[in-house]
Design a protein around this ligand. Sequence first.
Ligand code: GAL
Length: 845
Amino acid sequence: MAGISRRDLLCSGVALSASSLAARSAWGRTAALLAGYPQAASAEALAAVAPREQLLFDFGWKFQFGHGSDPGRDLGFGNGQGDFAKTGDFEFAKAKFDDSKWRALNLPHDWAVELPFVRDEVQQSHGYKPIGRRYPETSVGWYRREFEIPASDLGRRIAVEFDGAFRSVLIFVNGCFIGRNDNGYAPFRFDLTDFLSYGAKNYIVARVDASLGDGWFYEGAGIYRHVWLTKTDALHLGKWESTVRTAVSGNAATLTLGTVVVNEGKQAESARVNWRILDAAGKTVATAETAPRSIEVGGSATFTATVKLQNPALWSVEAPNLYSAIVTVEAGGKARDAERVSFGVRTAVFDADRGFFLNGKSIKIQGTCNHQDHAGLGAALPDRLQWYRLSVLREMGCNAVRTSHNMPTPEWVEACDRMGLMMMCETRQMSSNPEGLAQLETMIKRYRNSPSIVMWSVGNEEFTLQEPMAEQGAKIAASMVQRCHELDPTRVVSAAVNGSNEKGVSDAFDIIGFNYNLKFPDEYHKKNPKRALYGSETASAISTRGVYFTDPLRNTVSAYDNNQPGWGETAEEWWKFYGTREWEAGGFAWTGFDYRGEPTPYGWPSINSQFGIVDMCGFPKDTFFYYKAWWGAEPVLHLFPHWNFEGREGELIPVWVHSNLDEVELFVNGKSLGSQKVPHLGHVEWKVKYESGFIEARGSKGGKVVLTEKRETTGPAVAIRLTADRMEIDADGEDVAILKVEALDKEGRPVPTAGNLIGFKVSGAGALIGAGNGDPNCQESDKEPKRSLFNGLAQVIVQSTKRPGEIQIEAVKEGWSGPELTRAKLAITTKKVELRPAVELVHRV
Ligand code: GAL
């Protein structure tokens, strides 16, 4: 390692390259694609219909670290004697408790991403963050908030609802212990009705303990998804009990509608339910009403109806048409509770001989697996990021996502529904124990109306259940599948299985998923011709964006599609397999985005994975264009590497083109190196003796050149450029603008090898909430207003406040020992919008 400084190793400014022209055009298109989508179509917010109130409970929290082993540093909690002895005794959840020194913050919040990295091999797969029982100072967090409940709420049912938090959560309200939740991904709720003070201030405290984990990847820490306060009448719809099941026949669809009404009031009620079905334009297209039924105090009743839709607009990948059902329960001549259920009309069929059919049309699943964290933000993503991430994947032709290995956030599912991405929705714990079944049940009830979900997954690579405990595995899987079918008879159930799928868990599944190992599916298909198959997890190909020479000293892997671990496949290998067998439904590549943790094939100082087809920021690696070529419909021509190889003159450099055209001709400084036919599902490549100048690819179809691409040797960086995905965002305290940062040479060309450290001044109506650069080895802070470019690129995310105005972002040269760079400025307008209903802040006098 002589001659390589630590800084070089961490955030290599001298490392190699980026196909930045291509990256730029992909970015431009992604931004354009995104512009058509709303910033935040929060599923939970949309669900509320008067008289129900669904209030966002994200703003105005206080936070402080507790302690995992010392009660003295954990608000005195956990002394071992009598903590839960008497209800109402928790002083930290009462008015007198002083939280004035606690940090003020808004949710969603992930404290793990704010922590420094630690060199501790045990933490490798979690991204080297000091989380776990060996880090008691940084593994427990306390959140506290005051809120007011008006006197007029007396008699309503009031619940606090968490979309997910990591991980073990204890909730206290007004000195009383309310309940606990012990997993990191499923939503949970507590009814607070009995514990509240009406017409007064109330105090809620959450102790969140990330000491125990759920997975082998970065999981974050804290309340990293939205929190809601829901207020309903005492006669109300059961939580996630409203279902809309669709059956298509000819030009019509039959909708089977169902719901449950619960009476938590003081008298029996005669209740009826009505449904109003709205099309995407909000026009009522069908209605239904039930006869009244009496529901006794403490009782509940199930209501059902059917309606017909003539010529329904089907939900598909190309046209994700959605409907909604407004479900209303009436009693005593009044609407007492209501909710909106979003759904789609479509058929999804897996066939053992012919693969997958959506609405009767054969379609291959062109999927990616994804974890949920993003550069700069960890696991706490503003809603807009879900849309951004999915639009990046969609841009490369991905039509399906697998939520490996846990239940996703509602906004991800909502975005899939609206963008037309199919989903394999996976639960975290594969078990038929009460916790495992509860997680599964929550997932299915919460998302069973979403048309994007085409299959449920009850687990991933459960080695022990697959093999040594195959007998128990078979029973556990069967119980889980049975529960899925009871709750949702419309979808198939599967799991991601590595190995032969010959015994154990696999017996129970409706369709068989293979993780890696391309020899198994053919064998299995021969022996089991009646079972439908797909690739539940494939590839795990590794690459570092913009790097073209693997360098173990720098922990980087070249971005040509020829690196994979022993168990994996290159993009070309797996897609040539799954994309060419009629009986294969398609599959899910590991992974769409890079994620924190699992830094295969290296360890420290690598802190994130290199499996992504795009990096942690969403900047495409070159393989993105392989998928785009063979998954998409448009002509693609992507030439790489860049052409900045100063010091390598005379060396042979592999030059690749990903394209779906017939033929590609390569030119080096204007001289042809010949033409090559593009093999189906393949690529073309040349070896070129490096000399500065330019390389150019000309792609032709039917004998005509239809696309050309050039890579030019640039000069050194002299200026910074900032580009935002949108120049106007909502002034709602939630919306974000996602900025791309580049360095340009004096001719205005992005410098694909630039590694300049850039500082950011953000002022006005917003703040910087995260920065990243996609470098798997970069240990710079995700939260500080500065970031090194990595192979020419960095990303900065700024969030609006609720005050309309302008966010000014200035990028300045910071600490880089090179020539001065011309600064860049950008102003994002934040426009006044109607804020979604939220729990008001209580201001102390
Ligand atoms: C799989 C596993 C994933 C990830 C991947 C890395 O076996 O399901 O979670 O670890 O390997 O290649």
